[in-house]
Design a protein around this ligand. Structure first.
Ligand code: HEM
Ligand code: HEM
Length: 187
């Protein structure tokens, strides 16, 4: 299988990024829900937020690369009826919007005091907007709301993938897993 997508298959780069980001996003969601309930004196109070922000920022960089990759590669044709294809196209676009919205709100909370984000102590990503105390409360709310909404959205997306696999019995899920197999009855 090639690195790039073709008109009917995802290449390795898209597949790896899809699953890596899916696992990391779900991971930092769980971390986020857990960390906001920690006691100030818990040894994980600061560390958990630091890990959450560091992974979140790496995901944001990866997302920029993913978008460029997506725009410069063919997109394998979506399987299903015309209206299913139309929904899938917009749901996929919605994923990108959701990812950007959750990550950017997180970034704006963190930089509300004008300080950059330290990423695993490797380097600091600067605050691009001026300090704005109070922003963290409003955006904290939006970040939480968007993160929960995103999880519901992913649940539906995963449900649709399983429906393709078990009900429609097409290769939608297999080709995103890198399994090159024809099931003979694709639509
Ligand atoms: C954070 C979690 C997830 C995100 C953000 C996400 C996002 C996306 C996006 C944007 C696409 C379009 C292809 C692309 O641009 O890369 C896609 C395709 C796909 N996703 Fe996910 N996904 C997630 C989780 C899952 C899960 C859990 C499953 C399966 C149980 C799944 C199965 C698929 C399949 C099968 C496709 C290919 C659809 C097609 O060929 O038309 N995804 N996903
Ligand atoms: C897809 C990526 C992300 C997901 C799914 C996510 C999810 C979450 C969740 C569920 C919470 C707990 C919200 C609450 O109950 O109040 C949270 C909190 C937080 N996240 Fe994220 N996050 C992501 C990315 C980021 C990024 C990139 C940053 C910053 C660089 C960030 C910074 C924060 C901060 C500062 C909090 C604490 C907010 C507060 O105490 O009100 N997050 N995140």
């Amino acid at each position: 299988m090639s690195l790039r997508n073709s008109h009917d298959r995802f290449g390795w780069v898209s597949i790896t990024i899809h699953w890596l980001m899916a696992a990391a996003i779900i991971g930092i969601f769980v971390l986020g829900v857990w960390m906001v309930d920690l006691d100030y004196y818990d040894s994980w109070y600061h560390k958990s937020l630091w890990v959450h922000q560091s992974i979140g920022m790496l995901l944001l960089f990866l997302l920029v690369f993913r978008l460029v990759w997506r725009l410069t590669n063919p997109v394998p044709e979506i399987m299903g009826l015309w209206w299913e294809k139309l929904i899938a196209i917009w749901v996929h676009r919605g994923h990108y919007l959701f990812m950007f919205a959750v990550m950017v709100t997180g970034y704006l909370i963190t930089t509300a005091y004008g300080r950059g984000v330290d990423i695993f102590g490797w380097f600091e990503f600067p605050a691009l907007l001026a300090a704005d105390k109070g922003r963290e409360t409003t955006l904290g709310f939006w970040h939480m709301l968007l993160a929960w909404g995103f999880m519901g959205y992913i649940g539906m997306h995963a449900g649709a993938a399983l429906k393709h696999h078990f009900v429609d019995r097409d290769i939608t899920l297999l080709r995103m897993l890198g399994i090159n197999k024809n099931r003979g009855d694709e639509k």
